[in-house]
Design a protein around this ligand. Structure first.
Ligand SMILES: Nc1ncnc2c1ncn2[C@@H]1O[C@H](COP(=O)(O)OP(=O)(O)OP(=O)(O)O)[C@@H](O)[C@H]1O
Ligand SMILES: [Mg+2]
Length: 410
């Protein structure tokens, strides 16, 4: 697969693309002898399939139903190809375009820089999509859960969740859980679990997409709970040498070797996080109770839909769920557009335990916050996680009820 296919009859636009993009360009929509465009969807699709481009740019100058019909067929039949629509922006068209599987919209008046930015972004998306749709054939299929813990804002509680959940799961199924610290610059999973790794992700930087099991396993650090950890580089500068291909290769190997792969990510949607999410089976969306966090979470979820991250199961975790900041849980659920799956209360023991490197699920397993982490772990495990499952199952409900009661008595 290479390059860009231009589905347009507009020769001026073709010349502008040449300025903005130096790679392979194919494709054309022919004009009939009378100058009208021939809207032959089948013929255009055939040409696209022959050319095997990574990105198809649809328009400008095409009828809307032809353009969107083409995008929809591509999305169904060749989901690895990324479609960009070139048309003047209009809200209703924008929504229809997203539904038809279009990944980006470009105005015909866009500057050369904008055009090349959109092309680069679309090519990146196409590479990621094709990586996740066509894993290397030398790896046998295995049903593992790859769980990415994500949030748009920093400090939301991702690392606390990933580490406690990891320990809770490993205690139930020792040796079957691994955490990969994908906060490649400032990752602190190692600190939160008081690990002193001999090897880190830095040692895998040279592998590229061909990561092999022996090398990856030799880089893991064991935790006494039965959990394994692939720690982030010790110095932020080392992160530059770790490509997304390497990260994808390592995640694939880990998912062959472990039943549960937990990916702790940095805040926001950088390329590393996107790569991780594409390979994930489950997303844990972590959000605080303030307006800024909930709005950002809403936008992040909209972005998932736009970029096609739609097949992963989503879990909404409300952290510091009992914080008194003026928002009702119902309001938060309304803004985010999802119901809370697990509510984790605030507790001073969380920062204390992280500073001491001793997960709260081990140091205070019966505390409400530990029970909430256990409840989260239970969502993924085949069996219950700890001694008091009935109490755990009620933790979110109890936290939400406490939260509502407090608000009512104020
Ligand atoms: N439920 C909680 N109650 C009290 N403190 C918490 C809770 N959850 C997390 N914290 C504290 O908030 C801080 C940020 O948590 P954490 O490091 O887990 O967030 P993060 O999302 O991983 O941040 P980053 O985006 O920087 O990686 C830490 O000091 C942690 O101990
Ligand atoms: Mg973190």
């Amino acid at each position: 697969m290479t390059g860009l296919f231009l589905a347009t009859a507009d020769t001026e636009w073709r010349a502008r693309i040449r300025e903005a993009y130096q790679g392979d360009i194919t494709g054309e929509i022919r004009r009939a002898p009378d100058g009208l465009i021939e809207y032959d969807q089948e013929a255009t699709l055939r040409e696209i399939k022959e050319a095997q481009p990574r990105v198809v740019m649809i328009g400008p100058g095409l009828a809307e139903n032809f353009a969107l019909g083409l995008a929809k067929r591509l999305d169904n039949e060749n989901p690895e190809i990324c479609a960009v629509l070139v048309t003047a922006y209009e809200q209703t068209l924008f929504q229809n375009a997203l539904r038809a599987g279009v990944r980006d919209i470009l105005s015909p008046d866009a500057s050369t820089e904008e055009i090349s930015e959109v092309i680069d972004r679309a090519l990146d998306t196409a590479v990621r999509r094709s990586n996740s749709l066509n894993p290397p054939s030398n790896l046998p299929a295995r049903k593992s859960r790859v769980i990415a813990v994500v949030s748009p804002k920093g400090g939301a509680g991702k690392t606390a969740i990933a580490t406690n959940m990891g320990v809770g799961m490993a205690k139930q199924e020792p040796g079957s859980v691994v955490i990969m610290d994908l906060d490649v610059r400032f990752g602190d999973v190692g600190h939160a679990l008081r690990l002193l790794p001999d090897r880190t992700l830095t040692d895998l930087g040279h592998l590229g997409a061909d990561a092999d099991t022996t090398t990856v396993k030799a880089t893991l650090t064991p935790h006494p709970s039965g959990l394994f950890v692939l720690c982030a580089p010790n110095t932020p500068g080392d992160a530059d040498d770790i490509s997304n291909e390497t990260i994808a290769g390592v995640i694939r190997v880990l998912s062959q070797e472990f039943d549960y792969v937990i990916l702790d990510t940095p805040a926001g949607l950088d390329e590393t996080t996107l790569t991780a999410m594409e390979l994930a089976t489950d997303l844990i969306l972590v959000c605080g109770t303030d307006v800024a966090s909930t709005r950002s979470m809403r936008k992040e979820i909209e972005a998932f839909d736009i970029i096609g991250l739609t097949t992963q199961r989503r879990y909404f975790v409300l952290n510091r769920a009992d914080a008194r900041v003026g928002l009702e849980i119902r309001d938060i659920e309304g803004t985010v557009g999802m119901e809370v799956d697990v509510a984790i209360p605030s507790s001073r023991s969380v920062p204390l335990s992280m500073n001491q490197g001793s997960p709260i699920l081990e140091s205070a397993p019966r505390s409400p916050v530990a029970r909430a982490y256990g409840e989260l772990a239970n969502l993924f495990l085949r069996g219950p996680v700890a001694a008091a499952p009935s109490e755990q199952a009620q933790t979110t409900e109890a936290t939400i009820t406490r939260f509502r009661r407090r608000k009512e008595t104020r």
